[in-house]
Design a protein around this ligand. Structure first.
Ligand code: ZN
Length: 350
């Protein structure tokens, strides 16, 4: 109940008070007041250039719904980004890879920020973003990081803080809009074109080779299930499935893959499944999988970890090990983008 009241007051704050701050901040030189809806820094993801950037608080603070605490907390943007990078990328990674992750995380949250004209987290009204990695992006508090890192806390926190400070305010832009900075752990050697995974063709989410990922322990993983379990699990999803226990592999047909190798669809017995269904049913790391029969078992071999679109985190780390800087890494994985300071971009005269 306490949360509900808090939530409502934040909605009120977002809808009523913040637009007036924007009007005041950016148009205080005008004598007549401008309707709040006309004053946005981001309109449908597109940056609206303003000649008088007043209230820098707008892009220095962010309302974060902390999922495991069930509450919204107002945070400094750069502090929030530290908690995201600490949660989303191993702190052992190279500093330039961490910096690349910082810029991606900052771009993501700013593109959603309600005060700037973003849509916020649609699961939690009043929040710009939530800490559920399946929905927005992961974030961990200092307390959680102390537990996770133990005696390495000071060293790792300082390293991530450095990555944040060295890239302060930098964001990724394509065609004057903040990009959707999709990222994943391991592509499996080559990233995906966005339309192969999510239907829509996004110009900066193009397939690129991603060398050096093979060293990652989860580059190739296997899941072993008995034939009986294999059939039962598929039947839980599709009760009308007809699949004969003998020679299962011969009953797997029409495997349609992306050019990179992720399974789009496949026919098992009489049912056509999406690759994503199989990934979920057997808890696989990616949809780039293949089957083998070994005695009474089905062995599922999986390449990569995650959806494969945008920046590969292990690929970024491999590039950093080769001496590449964060901007080179970001420009490699996000085709045709620019890296700018949000303040500088917004200050550009009309
Ligand atoms: Zn969310």
């Amino acid at each position: 109940m306490k949360y509900a009241i808090y939530g409502i007051s934040l909605i009120f704050f977002s809808l009523i008070i913040l637009p007036s701050i924007i009007v005041f901040g950016f148009n205080s030189h005008k004598t007549s007041s401008t309707p709040a809806s006309d004053v946005k820094l981001i309109d449908g993801g597109k940056l609206v250039k303003l000649d008088n950037l007043g209230n820098t608080d707008l892009y220095h603070t962010v309302n974060v719904f902390i999922t495991n605490q069930n509450k919204i907390q107002k945070m400094n943007l750069e502090e929030y980004v530290k908690g995201v990078v600490a949660a989303e990328m191993p702190a052992e990674f190279e500093i330039e890879a961490l910096k690349a992750q910082v810029v991606a995380a900052r771009t993501y949250v700013l593109s959603k920020e309600i005060a700037l004209g973003g849509k916020g987290c649609d699961l939690h009204p009043g929040a710009d973003v939530c800490t559920d990695s399946e929905h927005c992006q992961a974030w961990q508090s200092e307390g959680e990081l102390k537990e996770k890192w133990g005696k390495n806390f000071d060293k790792y926190y300082a390293k991530i803080s450095q990555a944040v400070e060295d890239t302060e305010g930098l964001v990724l832009v394509y065609d004057d809009a903040l990009i959707v900075p999709a990222y994943h752990a391991i592509s499996g050697g080559k990233t995906e074109n966005s339309e192969d995974v999510w239907q829509s063709k996004i110009p900066y989410l193009r397939s690129v080779v991603s060398p050096g990922e093979e060293a990652a322990s989860k580059y190739k993983t296997t899941v072993i299930v008995s034939k009986e379990e294999f059939i039962n699990k598929l039947k839980q999803k599709e009760p009308s499935l007809r699949l004969d226990n003998s020679n299962i592999l011969n009953q797997i047909k029409d495997v349609e893959r992306t050019q990179v190798g992720h399974v789009k669809t496949l026919k098992i017995g009489n049912i056509t499944f999406n690759g994503k269904d199989i990934k979920e049913i057997f808890n696989l790391n990616s949809t780039n999988f293949s089957f083998e029969e070994q005695g009474n078992n089905i062995v599922i071999t999986v390449i990569g970890y995650g959806h494969g679109v945008g920046m590969s985190q292990y690929g970024a780390n491999a590039m950093a090990k080769q001496g590449k800087k964060f901007d080179e890494i970001l420009k490699y994985y996000y085709t045709g983008i620019e890296i700018v300071k949000i303040e500088d971009l917004l200050k550009i005269q009309h």
